[in-house]
Each structure stands twice: as C-alpha cells, then as structure tokens.
Design a binder for this molecule. Structure first.
Ligand code: IPE
Ligand code: IPE
Ligand code: MG
Length: 239
C-alpha cells in the first residue's frame, strides 16, 4: 500500500458517507447513540487531517432525508449530538480557520438546531481555510428536484429559455452552488452504495470504500484513502 505523499496531488474536495456507527456500537454491546457519539471524534480527526494536508472542501453526510425514518429516540440523539458539536467546536473551527456550510433540507430540522447552525455559519463565514460542508436532512434526488423547480420557475418567468440551460447553470441551482465537485468519495463500513448522496456532483469522483466503521476511521485511515487516490489515474473519459 503506497503512503500518502504531500508532493502529489491532494483532492480539493473530499466527500464522506460516514456509515457504521450503529454496527460499531453493536459490536461493543453499546446503544447506537454511543456509536454516533464516538463518530463525532472521527469528524474532528477528519477536520484536522484535511486542514493539515490542504484539502479545500470536506463534505460530511451526517443525516439523510431517509434517516427521518429511524426511531424518534435515535433522531433526537443525533440532533442533540449536532447541537453539542456546534456548541463545543465552534471555537475550534475559528482557531483552525474553518468555514461551516450546510446542504440539505435544513428547514426540516428542529428550530434550536437551525439557530445553532446559523450562528456557527455566520461566525465562521469569514474563515478562508478548509470549508466544512455538513449534509443534513440531505437527499440528492430532493436537491435535484428543488433545482429543477427553481429553473422551471425561471423559465416561466422568462429569465431563461430551456435551450439556454447548461450544466454550469444547473450546478449553480443545487445546494452545492459554488463548490467544486468532490474528487474523492469515501464510504466507511463496506457498503457499496451511494444512498442518495451527491448524485450529480460525484459524476467523476474517485470512490474509496473501506470496511472500517466510521468511529474507527481516524487520521491514518484518511491518509490511506488519500494515498489510494494519489495512485489513481483520472481520465474523465479521455485516454
Ligand atoms: C451512520 O451510521 C450515521 C448515520 C446514518 C446518521 P449508521 O447509524 O447508519 O450505522 P449502521 O449503518 O447502522 O452501522
Ligand atoms: C447513509 O447511511 C447516510 C449517512 C451516512 C448520513 P445510511 O446508513 O442511512 O445508508 P443505508 O441505509 O445503509 O443505505
Ligand atoms: Mg448505516
């Protein structure tokens, strides 16, 4: 296995499907929420490591549109952890020059979470190091539908003609407007699926799947994923 090389290309944007908190807890006879709690430490490690190696964007899939189907107690525990994270870590984000952004149907979150998010987004807005993008109540199909609705309305209002619609304009209508597409998509816990995450944006992302559960995915594991990325030949359909 090749080692991470700071001289080689670093992915500008890493997106992570942070899966396996429940299985991590189950393996230890712990309640699922303890897995989510342990997962928060991996978030911190990922932030530190991405900042250290010069990644520009880190997008973390924290809660999907479909995760609302989970038992209410688990959803409440996850929202509580989000509130705790924002309260505890905003000074760390400031210290490390990290800017927070969110994607997803944030309006579906409890009001207290929305307020806490807005506060941290505003506080960190001027930071120009790593951008941390948290996907909350996020579903790619919902995002694509939302963009399509906006564009249809723009067409009805005479602001754009159907034939004028470009991939760039479409990208700019998504929640991820202004962000580069992910170069590297990581999924922990060994599942070979994308679970409604960034379907448009990952068209040419390099995919890395590891069996490690998210709470076991630390600095070394992230550097290993980047090393693997550095060994890939990206072709974008060319030769
Ligand atoms: C990922 O871990 C965290 C969220 C989806 C919120 P899971 O809770 O999906 O853990 P597993 O897949 O059941 O192990
Ligand atoms: C994907 O994990 C969503 C997040 C990591 C937030 P899930 O555990 O919800 O995905 P499935 O159900 O295994 O596809
Ligand atoms: Mg899961």
């Amino acid at each position: 296995m090749a080692a991470y090389d700071p001289e080689k290309e670093i992915p500008r944007h890493i997106a992570i499907i942070m899966d396996g908190n429940g299985r991590w807890a189950k393996a230890r006879d712990l309640p699922r929420r303890e897995g989510h709690r342990a997962g928060a430490d991996s978030v911190e490690a990922a932030l530190e490591t991405c900042g250290e190696i010069g990644v520009e964007y880190l997008t973390l899939y924290a809660f999907s549109s479909e995760n609302w189907k989970r038992p209410e107690a688990e959803v409440t525990a996850l929202m509580g952890l989000l509130a705790h994270f924002l309260k505890e870590k905003t000074p760390t984000l400031m210290k490390n020059n990290i800017r927070l952004q969110v994607i997803g149907q944030v309006e579906r979150l409890p009001a207290s979470n929305r307020r806490a998010l807005q506060k941290t987004i505003t506080t960190t807005a001027g930071n120009d190091g790593l951008t941390l993008v948290v996907a909350l109540s996020y579903g790619s199909r919902e995002e694509i539908l939302g963009a399509t609705r906006k564009l249809m309305q723009a067409a009805i209002d005479g602001e754009i003609k159907p034939e004028e619609l470009t991939a760039e304009r479409f990208s700019d209508s998504l929640d991820t407007a202004g962000m580069p597409d992910p170069d590297l998509l990581i999924r922990t816990s060994g599942e070979y699926r994308v679970s409604n995450f960034l379907l448009w944006q990952i068209s040419y992302a390099e995919i890395y799947i590891t069996k490690d559960y998210w709470p076991d995915f630390g600095r070394d594991q992230l550097l290993e994923a980047v090393a693997d990325y550095q060994g890939r030949q990206r072709r974008f359909g060319g030769i």
